[in-house]
Ligand binder design. Structure first.
Ligand SMILES: OC[C@H]1CNC[C@@H](O)[C@@H]1O[C@@H]1O[C@H](CO)[C@@H](O[C@@H]2O[C@H](CO)[C@@H](O[C@@H]3O[C@H](CO)[C@@H](O)[C@H](O)[C@H]3O)[C@H](O)[C@H]2O)[C@H](O)[C@H]1O
Length: 313
């Protein structure tokens, strides 16, 4: 039984992972198709890929990802529409309110409209907060303040009334000003009847700092929205040792159990298959071995822990 089918047997919608042009025909293809049911495009659906120049849209790679999913009976979580990273310079340079609102609406209408009725969800806004709970600096916040968030959600809802609309963020894994700010923002959006359906907790974790995850998932669920673990990996401070891998096993089980125990948690998505191809390798070289398969695509103890937990049901 696949992780996806066992997750469904436990009353959830999916167990997912990432996909993109670099992995669609790669050596992970078999594991991706065999284990996972929901896929998040790793980079080809981001603004700098879809609209690198104003008014010029490139959908070749994003179409290929959508067609790969449909050809293999898989679903897609669109990622991501409004994010401070991977923004072309022409967007970053905008200073006029009306101009930026028009540009945001146009981008969302084109990107969401193209896959209308074909995607399960969209990460509408991504990573809007600093660690201290203040809003992160971005062209969106600089020019429009917090208003870019309701604008993005309302536009996405009109463009695809069926897609689940997410706000997605990292480091919501422990109590502190960032998750407090997220909860307060969601309450403000709900009070304004902004069409937000769910909160995505990326869950990029550091081994040894995992224990609060279940409690924080419960807090996110207290908003009444769906929640999901959207980008799971648990990186280990180097050197990676058998004892640390043993600890990681328990941590993968704890996060999975944390989602199983919260009815509002619809599913878990991983951010990669093999340790070899993880973003952690380049971005955080002091850490390693964050995923459930090793560099030779052998299942790690982490896989066994999750598999065992889901089988127990
Ligand atoms: O940073 C990790 C997470 C954090 N949360 C949000 C989530 O979206 C983010 O994911 C990472 O987000 C990063 C920025 O978009 C992605 O990095 C992109 O990853 C792509 C594929 O490797 C890179 O594209 C390749 O770049 C190469 C050199 O520039 C080119 O030669 C390749 O043709 C091109 O495909 C992009 O430059 C690089 O920006 C990572 O794959 C992806 O794992």
């Amino acid at each position: 039984a696949s992780l996806n089918s066992m997750m469904q047997a436990n009353g959830k919608l999916y167990f997912g992972n990432i996909i993109d042009t670099n992995t669609m025909q790669g050596n992970e293809d078999g594991v991706l198709k065999g284990e996972f049911g929901m896929f998040t495009p790793e980079y080809s659906w981001k603004w700098n890929r879809i609209q690198p120049e104003k008014g010029k849209f490139h959908f070749n790679d994003s179409d290929a990802v959508m067609e790969w999913a449909e050809a293999n009976g898989k679903q897609i979580r669109g990622h991501t529409l409004v994010w401070h990273q991977n923004i072309p310079d022409w967007v970053d340079a905008i200073t006029d309110k009306e101009d930026l609102m028009k540009v945001i609406k146009d981008h969302i209408n084109k990107a969401v409209g193209r896959y209308k009725g074909r995607v399960y969800a969209w990460d509408v806004v991504n990573e809007v907060f600093n660690e201290d709970g203040t809003f992160r600096d971005s062209v969106f916040y600089r020019v429009l303040g917090e208003d870019f968030i309701p604008l993005a959600f309302r536009t996405a809802r009109e463009a695809d009334p069926n897609a689940k609309l997410y706000i997605n963020e990292y480091n919501l894994d422990y109590a502190g000003p960032k998750i407090d700010a997220m909860l307060n923002l969601v309450h403000r959006l709900q009070a304004q009847n902004v069409p937000i359906d769910a909160i995505g907790s990326q869950t990029h974790l550091t081994s040894g700092r995992v224990n609060e995850v279940p409690a924080q998932l419960k807090r996110l669920a207290s908003t009444g929205l769906d929640i999901a673990v959207t980008e799971l990996d648990i990186r280990i401070k180097r050197p990676v040792t058998p004892a640390k891998l043993q600890q990681q096993k328990g941590e993968y089980a704890l996060v999975t159990k944390g989602c199983l125990e919260v009815p509002a948690c619809v599913g878990i998505s991983m951010w990669g298959v093999s340790d070899q191809n993880s973003w952690v390798k380049e971005a955080l070289p002091a850490f390693g071995a964050p995923l459930m398969w090793d560099g030779n695509l052998r299942r790690k103890g982490a896989y066994g822990a999750v598999d065992g937990l889901l089988r127990k049901g």
